[in-house]
Write a protein that binds this ligand. Sequence first.
Ligand SMILES: Cc1ncc(COP(=O)(O)O)c(C=O)c1O
Length: 384
Amino acid sequence: MDYSRNLKALPPYVFAELDRKKSAAREQGRDIIDLGIGDPDRPTPKRIIDKFTEAVNKPSNHRYPIGRGSRIFKEAVVKWMEKRFNVGVSDKEVMCLIGAKDGVTHLPLAFVNPGDIVLVPDPGYPGYTSGTILAGGVAFPVPLTAEKDFLPDLSKLPEELLRLTKILWLNYPNNPTSATADYPFYEEIISYAEKYDFIVAQDAPYSEIYFGAPPISMFQIQGAKQHCIEFYSMSKTYNMTGWRIGFAVGGEKIINGLATVKENMDSGTFSAIQEASAWTLLNCDTEAAGIRELYRRRAEVFSAGLKLLGYDVLKSNATLYLWVKVPGNYDSMNFCAKVLEEADIVLTPGIGFGKSANKYFRIALTVEEEQIHKSLERLKKVKI
Ligand SMILES: Cc1ncc(COP(=O)(O)O)c(C=O)c1O
């Protein structure tokens, strides 16, 4: 018995060695501070849990969920797009997802044939590449560099490549760099999508974790819908990673493609979760603002402390991450191994997000401020 060609083509898991060292340190009883995982440390706000408890007690919610999402959830998404971005969409242009990851990894199955190109950001969330490979496509990394504000520069790509491209992945606010994108950038990207007829897939699970002007939607740009799909999530906005719910908004043909894949694969998110989430989207701006402020504050405290220690920290505009330059002659993997060894702190090496990021590491701001101060104290011991 052999694994499929596509499965065998998935990139190796680069964190294996670091994970082994982390487990070994824990087994030795060392007090590890884990700044590796982008999973909110605080619980889901109580009002959302209460709404869910109400919803779970309704027998109508105990049956199979409806394919693209319940009426109540889709209506809430339509209203949220209007409220948040002043964008009008119909319920045929939205669908519920089992988190943004569900949409990210399944979209290529609807549009990519063997050998087709999918442009993926480097550094970037691994799901863009793995979803492409599992669909038989070719993931082509597009570097995001500090000089270009971590935005892809399509003018550097050959015409033949753009002609073979089916999907361009964007992710703003960006994991891992925390960069954001603006109107002129999206306008330019959409003109490329029109010229070369590809889909722009904008993965936006951090849309509500921002520290300056609120990020915009591509649909604020005239004519975007035909070529674009955006992925939103409840995970980070409301500390709901475990609930598994997000949604896609996009042109009807693109949504129909993704929905057909999913109708053949899963039966959607539990209806009680959809009901509680629908209510949350329309009633929990205060909770979202509190969570945003929490990360803003943590980013500020951690960045200031790191700078005092001599680290080159990029300005954090959004997300739950800090993107920091690896000091001296280290590469990202051996520097993170050194920090784990000498300071009992887990960081994420940039190489895990792509080849162009080997001189960076990522810090997840998912620990309380007291732990941030403790981390800074420990980092004092690490010679850079
Ligand atoms: C860029 C990006 N996309 C998607 C996801 C997955 O989000 P969800 O929990 O909505 O599946 C994450 C999670 O960390 C992410 O960083």
